[in-house]
Design a protein around this ligand. Structure first.
Ligand code: HEM
Length: 447
């Protein structure tokens, strides 16, 4: 148990994937399984329970890799969780991500009819995430897991996605990612932004008070919900060549290309935030975890340093609403765990090589609707809150070739036009990562 800032978190019962950052670099594998037989499914949960990582992660995991286990609504159903309990989960979780596609902006090329199968189908029951500092140890733990399900008739592996984190932390568009994260009371992880108090634990982990002072709605019985968290998992293909060509077309020089890219993201490729390095990239700042997230936007209300429409500023406007109090940003924070998949497009290449590459995005939080769904629909897919109703997120928004992005500048602003989509959703799922006691409860169901 950890008691800090007035809250006691049962860390040993909480899967560590939600609260603790993984050391970088790492390699990983996501596996999806289908449960055809209830008893076999429960036996799988009992076996996996032994491998799940909880508490504070060691720098190198004892068994060689960290494992996180999560279930979809259909997965809980396949395990035989009683209906009254299934009905107590968040409505969005029960519906599933594919059913929420129109809301989320997963339309056109990103719509579920084009998703990679079995993503978005009723076959996806269990999601496993394995991460390890190196491929050999990852493989050893994967083999253990394979043994756990191979001999169980009635449990089928149905999808696999390998992923990795480069030592630089950069993902396919070239930007360092995973910097802006909230701290959580009781997790023992210090804040990276001194201007942001740690979030109440109930924003991320079920069973504890959240920012409203209330306990978040929790699945019943308590033993199932407590110490669990919802997990949003999305495979996002990135059109890197299209992105590079777009910037090249709009920029007169390499320097300007880098600047326009940074304006879209809100950070330079190194991770240095525009709020602290408005003129040029600062690699030292980008690499310094004590400084690279320590900022607010108070001195830049018009976005002359960091455009109000930049991806990171939209996704976390920080102190933007402090004056008018119209929105409480703290109700819309979440933990992000993104990793790269597919080969990087080599520097200087502007033609698509046909490879599938992008990001496996993972978000953890106690409130699917007011965290992930709110940020995606209100802040990334819409521009009303920044006074630009027609503008969507320039990097990850569902643009269709007619979108624009305003870069405030003196004497006159610049506007990028005809933004194509740079990101395509290949599929995803809403999952629930239970606490360890809850996993035992699931394994011992006897209905
Ligand atoms: C392929 C799609 C995406 C890419 C390439 C991407 C890339 C990035 C990058 C480079 C950053 C800046 C580094 C950092 O602050 O950690 C960032 C920040 C962030 N992104 Fe994304 N992102 C993607 C999708 C999303 C989506 C779908 C959401 C939410 C629904 C999201 C939420 C955030 C948040 C909350 C931050 C941190 C902002 C802050 O605290 O300042 N991102 N992203």
């Amino acid at each position: 148990m950890t008691a800090t800032e007035g809250v006691t978190l049962e860390l040993d019962d909480i899967q560590s994937g939600a609260l603790h950052e993984r050391p970088s670099p790492y390699v990983g594998t996501y596996l999806l399984l289908r449960i055809d037989d209830r008893a076999a499914g429960r036996e799988l949960v009992r076996r996996l329970h032994r491998f799940v990582d909880a508490g504070r992660p060691a720098p190198v995991p004892e068994q060689g890799a960290w494992l996180t286990v999560a279930f979809t609504y259909n997965g809980l159903k396949a395990l035989g969780v009683p209906q009254v309990s299934l009905d107590s989960f968040a409505p969005e979780f029960r519906e599933g991500m594919a059913a929420r596609a129109a809301e989320l902006g997963d339309v056109g090329e990103s719509s579920p009819e084009h998703w990679e199968k079995p993503l978005g189908t009723a076959d996806v029951h269990v999601a496993l995430a394995f991460l390890s500092p190196d491929a050999a140890r990852l493989e050893a733990v994967l083999e253990k897991a394979r043994r756990a399900y191979r001999e169980l008739a009635g449990v089928e592996p149905i999808w696999r996605q390998d992923c990795y984190q480069l030592p630089s932390g950069r993902t396919s568009f070239g930007f360092k990612d995973g910097i802006g994260q909230p701290a959580v009371e009781g997790s023992g992880r210090p804040p990276s932004n001194p201007h942001e108090r740690p979030l109440k634990a109930g924003e991320i982990i079920l069973g504890y008070p959240d920012e409203t002072g209330e306990l978040p709605p929790m699945p019943s019985p308590d033993v199932l919900g407590r110490n669990g968290t919802y997990v949003v998992f999305r495979k996002l293909h990135t059109k890197v060549a299209v992105y590079r060509r777009y910037l090249r077309e709009k920029a007169a020089s390499r320097e300007e290309e880098a600047r326009l890219g940074a304006k879209m993201v809100g950070r330079w490729q190194s991770g240095a935030p525009l709020a602290l390095a408005p003129e040029r990239d600062d690699a030292e700042l980008g690499a310094d975890p004590r400084r690279n997230n320590g900022f607010v936007y108070a001195d830049d209300p018009r976005g002359l340093k960091c455009p109000v429409g930049a991806h990171a500023r939209r996704a976390n406007p920080r102190d933007a609403f402090d004056r008018d109090g119209s929105v409480d940003v703290r109700l819309h924070r979440m933990i992000r765990r993104g990793t790269s998949y597919g080969p990087m497009l080599p520097d200087g290449v502007f033609e698509d090589d046909g490879a599938d590459r992008g990001i496996v995005f993972v978000f953890a939080g106690a409130h699917l609707k007011r965290q992930f769904e709110f940020v995606k629909t209100q802040w990334l897919n819409d521009g009303i809150f920044i006074g630009a109703p027609l503008e969507k997120d320039p990097l990850v928004g569902p643009n269709d070739g007619s979108g624009s992005f305003t870069i405030p500048e003196r004497p006159i602003r610049r506007r990028l036009q005809n933004l194509p989509p740079f990101v395509v959703t290949r599929g995803g799922e809403y999952c629930f990562a239970p606490g360890l006691t809850a996993m035992r409860w699931l394994a011992e169901l006897d209905s």
